[in-house]
Unconditional design. Structure first.
Length: 278
């Protein structure tokens, strides 16, 4: 994950370095022109998670909804962090990260085929689904002035995912787990509008289908939809408070030989932010 993010930062700086020496920084006093912004946030997402894990011999696994079938909570509260650097008038780079670790327990109401294990009816079962997200995005402003901005975004969202089931079969414990690190490409549009010097609205949209060959045997395909909308207030000279709503949906298939990991997860909800800007 770290190597992918660092490689992306290096590429962005290599491509955009000439812009740094060819312009003045008058734009940095505009409401949308903060050169540096570091934020922390409390995120309150609603979640929907489904997984199918086939057996190593190709036998089709059961598609499981972790919230409906396995007693996992569909709401969480978690911290999120990020950094935005506008290193030239029309060029920005953004890094966002958060961790989401969840667990649940239930009694199975139907047979579950998960990987090479079969979890029978009326079996006490526990589950976990852990996600670590680190995203890097580069933005180029098509329009940028004292009041408004419209930008093209390209980036990489690295999703490190681990999940598994553990069942108490009376005579012993049966368990199965899996996971993947998915470097998901991201493309979209973002924009902002300054109503006053202190009130700013911004948002973004991204919709993308992908198919990646991770190795000679491993392939990753799927689609991503992301939406954000936010309002921010410059409460103090270098401190902004904001309210953001985020929607993110991934449907992905990870194939290796005869085995399929099919993963779908959605999280959406409000985020309260506090930003230090310079």
């Amino acid at each position: 994950m770290k190597k992918a993010i660092l490689a992306g930062i290096s590429l962005i700086l290599l491509v955009a370095t000439p812009a740094l020496s060819q312009e003045t920084d008058d734009w940095s006093s505009w409401p949308l022109g903060d050169r540096y912004s570091i934020y922390g946030a409390a995120f309150f997402p609603t979640l929907d998670t489904s997984v199918r894990l086939d057996a190593s011999d190709g036998t089709t696994g059961t598609t499981i909804d972790f919230e409906q079938n396995l007693g996992m909570s569909d709401t969480e509260t978690l911290p999120a962090f990020g950094f935005v650097w506008r290193f030239a008038k029309k060029h920005r780079v953004r890094i966002d990260t958060f961790d989401l670790n969840r667990s649940g327990s239930a009694i199975t109401t139907s047979e579950i085929r998960f990987g090479d294990e079969v979890f029978q009816i009326d079996l006490p079962i526990s589950s976990f689904f852990d996600t670590r997200v680190m995203s890097l995005a580069y933005s180029y402003s098509l329009v940028f002035d004292e009041k408004k901005e419209l930008a093209l975004n390209v980036g990489l969202s690295v999703q490190d995912i681990e999940f598994g089931l553990i069942g108490n079969a009376g005579g012993g414990i049966i368990e199965e787990d899996s996971g993947l690190t998915a470097p998901l490409p991201a493309f979209g549009l973002s924009g902002g509008y300054a109503f006053t010097d202190k009130w700013v609205a911004n948002g973004g949209v991204g919709i993308f289908a992908f198919e990646l060959a991770l190795s000679d045997e491993d392939k990753l395909s799927g689609e991503i939809v992301s939406l954000t909308a936010a309002i921010q207030h410059q409460t103090f000279e270098n401190v902004h408070f904001g309210l953001l709503y985020s929607y993110f949906d991934v449907q992905a298939d990870f194939r290796t030989l005869r085995r399929l990991n099919s993963i779908g997860y959605t999280y959406h909800g409000p985020m309260l932010t506090i930003s230090g800007v310079f």
